[in-house]
Ligand binder design. Structure first.
Ligand SMILES: *Cc1c(COP(=O)(O)O)cnc(C)c1O
Length: 459
């Protein structure tokens, strides 16, 4: 049967990497050794690795060919010129500063654009983004629409900013106390929810009137464009390339993780239109990343990033990408497994509160569920809930987000639909004996970004 809901892979496989299943007994041992933190598992001990879509992408033959064209000169690399002109053409911003990955760009932007005590409103937060904002004296304020916090509400563009929340903040603190608006497309922690073009347009128009800049977290800007094409009126006949470019016409710049929608393994960049900000960022990049013509990335990786960014704009690529994720979600929903709705572009988020109703949030249901999924089928996922949210800088109390989720993240061009079946079967099987999942408590809690290296014990 030819099922048009789920298009076949628009590529054929030229190189393979073998993966190996181990036994349940071995996995029980490995997860215990890893302190019930899937980040601390050895990659070799994982069968299907859905920890993240970050840097786990499969590069194309053209990208690998591009790697051989690496110009590793310390200054003035031709690969940088290629990357710079590609970004300028596809995103439409004036200035580009390369960084080793997305957080390098966040560091630069936070340093040049935030004065201590200023507010940085955003549509939910991202871990490293908020870290850099706060480390530079910024105060993050969540201005995403309320619906984004409701895991089961199935409506489009749940990533939109609530303009009234933004206006209320500006009225309260004054426009000069707002460093900039951080607009993420898509919203990773809300479940990969997209932002509508209408919302971007309105937010930008309002900010321009107030003299406030808008910087986008462009990490998954191509996935966001696909949702606009599919679901927003007036975009069905526009090309992904045009939609991506229009998105950025409503911003003063962006930070980008090359490890996501550039389909590479490393890299990132900062874009700005403002010359003064550009000059400041370029002065700082030398301190933190490297020369402004490589920013901590090898020439060959800049070449792969330039090629990958062009490939990401191909219609067949992005349609398959989004629909492969949707296929996994559809299989889980069919079996009654609770997931965050609607499904986003890069991952399926399991609703851990609904999956493990016998666990209180203080027993870290999402962390426990991610560990249990690994034991069940050798599938590696990650927690996105109370552990990732961290503690309040002032009170020291845990942020307790409404969304307590396990992220099942799909790398780009790596796995097939049959792999998705195996993942679905694993989770469905576990759901049938979910009462066996035991809660966790801290064995070691790191002070920063604790989800990466924290360790736990079973209660
Ligand atoms: C991954 C990610 C970042 C940070 O990018 P890195 O390349 O991992 O440093 C920022 N924002 C979002 C939404 C991300 O998913």
């Amino acid at each position: 049967m030819f099922d048009t809901r789920y298009p076949a892979e628009p590529y054929r496989i030229k190189t393979v990497e073998t993966i190996k299943m181990n036994t349940r007994e071995e996995r029980l041992e490995y997860i215990k050794e890893a302190g019930y933190n899937t980040f601390l598992l050895n990659s070799e001990d994982v069968y299907i690795d859905l920890l993240t879509d970050s840097g786990t992408n499969a590069m194309s033959d053209k990208q690998w060919a591009g790697m051989m064209l690496g110009d590793e000169a310390y200054a003035g690399s031709k690969n940088w010129k290629h990357l710079e002109s590609t970004v300028q053409e596809l995103f439409g911003f004036k200035y580009v500063v390369p960084t080793h990955q997305g957080r390098g760009a966040e560091n630069l932007l936070s340093r040049v654009a935030i004065k201590p005590g200023q507010y940085v409103p955003g549509n939910m937060y991202f871990t490293t983004t908020r870290y850099h904002q706060e480390a530079n004296g910024g105060i993050f304020v969540d201005i995403i629409r309320d619906e984004a916090h409701d895991a089961q509400l199935d409506i489009p563009f749940k990533g939109d900013i609530d303009l009234n929340k933004l206006k209320a903040l500006v009225d309260e603190v004054g426009a000069e106390q707002v460093a900039y608006v951080c607009l993420a497309i898509t919203v990773n922690l809300a479940g990969g929810q997209p932002v509508s073009m209408k919302n971007m347009r309105e937010v930008y128009a309002y900010c321009q009137k107030q003299g406030i800049k808008v910087f986008m977290d462009a990490t998954r800007c191509v996935e966001n464009a696909y949702f606009i094409k599919e679901q927003e009126e007036g975009f069905a006949d526009k090309s992904i390339k045009d939609i991506v470019r229009e998105q950025f016409s409503y911003a003063d710049g962006c930070t980008m993780s090359g490890k996501k929608d550039c389909i590479t393994n490393i890299g990132g960049f900062l874009c700005v239109n403002d010359e003064e900000l550009f000059v400041s960022a370029r002065e700082l990049v030398v301190v933190f990343e490297g020369m402004p013509s490589y920013g901590g990335i090898a020439g060959r990786d800049m070449e792969a990033m330039a090629i990958g960014l062009k490939e990401a704009m191909q219609e067949e690529y992005i349609e398959h990408r989004v629909k492969q994720v949707r296929y996994l979600a559809d299989r889980l929903v069919e079996a009654g497994v609770p997931i965050v709705r609607p499904v986003g572009g890069h991952a399926v988020f399991l609703d851990a509160r609904a999956f493990c109703p016998h666990l209180d949030q203080s027993q870290f249901p999402a962390q426990a569920l991610a560990a249990a999924i690994y034991v069940e089928g050798g599938v590696r996922t990650m927690e996105r809930g109370i552990i990732s949210a961290g503690r309040d800088k002032v009170t020291g109390k845990d942020h307790a987000p409404k969304l307590e989720t396990v992220r099942v993240t799909i790398p780009r061009r790596v796995y097939t639909y049959r792999h998705m079946d195996l993942v679905a079967d694993t989770i469905i099987k576990l759901y049938k004996h979910k009462e066996d999942i035991r809660g966790l408590k801290w064995a070691y809690e790191p002070k920063q970004l604790r989800f990466f290296t924290g360790r736990f014990e079973q209660i």
